[in-house]
Design a binder for this molecule. Structure first.
Ligand code: ZN
Length: 130
């Protein structure tokens, strides 16, 4: 389990390093790593951790599901847009692991998206191996 404190309303956080540390501590060498966010207004994606592309991604989410558009869930707690943005991306990833390291392409990083922060967030990291 990884726990992070997000700092902004909307934020993209590179969680590759804490996941690598969790994998190093695990007994298993090879297999698959499940990264699973335990929240309904966050997402996890694989992409490039370049500030421009990270801003482009959150800008696109704001265009696709802008805040305050009269969503039904806004009658409950006013964060329907964050739920919808999270639903578009998904809350889990499966990443191959070899020799206790995630197998990632040159520019690939594991990114956590805070869509309704700031909050304390928990991400389950589970190794699956034969
Ligand atoms: Zn809500």
């Amino acid at each position: 389990m990884i726990e992070i404190n997000t700092a902004k309303r909307v934020e993209v956080i590179d969680i590759t390093l804490p996941i690598e540390k969790a994998l190093e501590k695990n007994d298993r060498e090879d297999g698959l790593c499940l990264v699973f966010s335990l929240h309904t207004t966050t997402a996890v994606i694989i992409n490039e951790a370049e500030s421009g592309v990270m801003q482009d991604i959150t800008n696109l989410l704001s265009e696709l599901a802008p805040a305050g558009k009269g969503y039904l869930h806004d009658r409950t707690d006013g964060n329907a847009h964050a739920h919808l943005q999270a639903a578009l991306l998904g809350n889990s990833l499966v990443i191959p692991v070899k020799a206790k390291k995630p197998v990632l392409g040159t520019w690939q990083r594991i990114l956590f998206l805070e869509l309704d922060g700031p909050r304390r967030r928990r991400i389950e990291v589970e190794m699956i191996s034969a």
